[in-house]
Each structure stands twice: as structure tokens, then as C-alpha cells.
Design a protein around this ligand. Structure first.
Ligand code: SF4
Length: 83
């Protein structure tokens, strides 16, 4: 049985990667051109901000401080010690 999993990026509708894609793990190189194996139009992914598939950049996540009730935390700690 022949494998049909081989993808020919340069022959398909795939566009070469955007310069901002540099460093992303989803880049595949074919015939000395880099393509994204996830997205056909990499430049379009960056037009609206950062690419949400990018593996080399992470969005800034605002970590909200979670308020922990010290009494409840102490109770939880002591109950977990028992059981
Ligand atoms: S996943 Fe996004 S950042 Fe990575 S190569 Fe594709 S378009 Fe570029």
C-alpha cells in the first residue's frame, strides 16, 4: 500500500512563512523554502497580532493573583496531613 501522507508544500496552496515565524517548530523546509505545516498563509496569522499556533513565542499571560483565605488554606493543609 502506498503512503499518501507525504505533503508537497511547494506544489500546494501553502505560502512561505512570514519572517515572524522564524524559530517556530512548525516550520518545514522544502526545496529551500520554509512552509508552515499548520497554516497555509502564515503572514495572515501575524496580520492580526501573533500567531496562535506559534511555538516560539508565548502570549503574555496576565496572572491574576488568587486570594487564598488563610484560614481555609490552613484547614486544607491540616486535613491533608491527616488523611
Ligand atoms: S504556526 Fe504560526 S508562527 Fe509557526 S510557522 Fe505556522 S504561521 Fe508561523
Amino acid at each position: 500500500m502506498q503512503s499518501t501522507s507525504e505533503v508537497k508544500y511547494s506544489a500546494g496552496p501553502f505560502q512561505p512563512i512570514d519572517e515572524q515565524c522564524e524559530g517556530c517548530e512548525r516550520i518545514v523546509e522544502e526545496e529551500s523554502t520554509s512552509f508552515c505545516k499548520t497554516y497555509m498563509h502564515p503572514a495572515a496569522k501575524w496580520r492580526m497580532g501573533m500567531c496562535n499556533f506559534a511555538t516560539h513565542v508565548k502570549p503574555e499571560i496576565k496572572v491574576a493573583k488568587i486570594r487564598i483565605n488563610p484560614l481555609k488554606a490552613a484547614k486544607r493543609a491540616s486535613s491533608s496531613r491527616r488523611g
